[in-house]
Design a protein around this ligand. Structure first.
Ligand code: PMV
Length: 327
């Protein structure tokens, strides 16, 4: 057993936004995804987590944004810590303090940042130095998309048939392409169906087979457009991939409708702005808020355009972000 008593470690991980989406697993327990995905880390939208392994605790403890966490959140964190205890031979329970600086549960992947930061802090607090690749696989066990919040910048997560093969790595650094995520917040409410449950229902949609069958080809197109900074190609494939995922969600049984009327309104504006010459496209995760990805030169116009819309409550801006780090 690793001797870890009393050492605290703090880690910080950015959220990420997927350009090619992850939806559905081939193995729910290991969170082995049905398809590979690509994302960009969101600079400045982060979770910061401190872990202390203690021999004197009878159970794990969790503080979220300064308050003692609800049972459900503690259970999920504890389940992840169980996996780390078992795989990394760590003894004792953990005191975990975690805080987000962005709204939780509304389509900004808080679980990605949270489980990336938790995994990195927990391993380091146990005195372990693990490779980035291994950390991405361990983070994946807590939340699939967390694997993509570990490496820097633009990240690909390989689907893989085993725990070891399903890892994420950087495909370009944050300064590779000056694009920005301008997030139109149309709701601060916590989503009613979380993504873990959503992944489990993906196969109940007849469209999931078609979505998964085309995902690798879409990823190739997206990756090439990203590496060549070809915004027109990028915009078309990113919107299409998001639409494909939401089509699966809406046709699952029971159906999952993450869009609100305001969501569709913003999407229509984004398409019109692109037709008018702005380099902007939309993508949505499991929530109603619209991530408007644009080239920096067009960011002010996009931001001003969004602010004028009465349904948009808030606008956040995030640049491409760096890797998860011990701080
Ligand atoms: O990592 P999870 O289980 O929160 O799933 C994330 C799923 C989406 O955000 C909808 C898509 C993605 O690839 O991030």
């Amino acid at each position: 057993m690793t001797n870890t008593v009393g050492q605290s470690t703090t880690a910080r991980a950015n959220a990420n936004i997927a350009f090619i989406k992850y939806w559905g697993n081939i193995d729910d327990a290991l969170r082995l995804p049905a398809n590979p995905s690509i994302s960009m880390n969101l600079d400045g939208l982060f979770t910061q987590t401190t872990v202390t392994w203690r021999e004197d605790l009878a159970a794990d403890q969790l503080t979220l944004n300064g308050q003692s966490a609800e049972a459900q959140a503690l259970r999920r964190v504890s389940t992840h810590l169980d996996a780390l205890r078992q795989r990394l031979a760590i003894s004792g329970y953990a005191a975990v303090e975690s805080a987000n600086n962005f709204p939780t549960g509304a389509g900004i992947a808080s679980s990605a940042a949270a489980f990336a930061a938790l995994t990195i802090a927990a391993a380091a607090a146990a005195g372990l130095t693990l490779s980035e690749r291994e950390l991405t696989t361990l983070a994946r066990l807590g939340s699939g998309s967390a694997s993509r919040s570990v490496p820097s910048g633009f990240v690909e997560w390989y689907s893989g048939a085993t725990h070891e093969q399903s890892f994420a790595e950087s495909i370009a650094s944050p300064d590779h392409w000056d694009i920005v995520d301008v997030v139109a917040i149309v709701s601060h409410a916590h989503k009613t169906t979380g993504s873990s449950e959503g992944h489990q229902s993906a196969n109940s949609s007849d469209y999931q087979t078609a979505r998964v069958a085309g995902a690798s080809d879409r990823l190739v197109v997206c990756k090439r457009a990203l590496l060549e900074r070809d915004f027109a190609t990028f915009a078309e494939i990113v919107e299409h991939d998001s639409n494909m995922m939401h089509a699966v969600m809406m046709t699952s049984r029971p159906p999952l409708f993450y869009w609100q009327p305001a969501t569709l309104g913003v999407m229509e504006h984004v398409r019109q702005w692109r037709a008018d010459g702005l380099r902007v496209c939309y993508t949505l995760d499991a929530g109603p808020n619209v991530h408007c990805i644009c080239v920096r030169g067009d960011m002010e116009q996009v931001r001003e355009g969004l602010k004028q819309l009465s349904d948009v409550q808030d606008v956040l801006v995030a640049n491409p972000g760096g890797p998860a780090q011990i701080i």
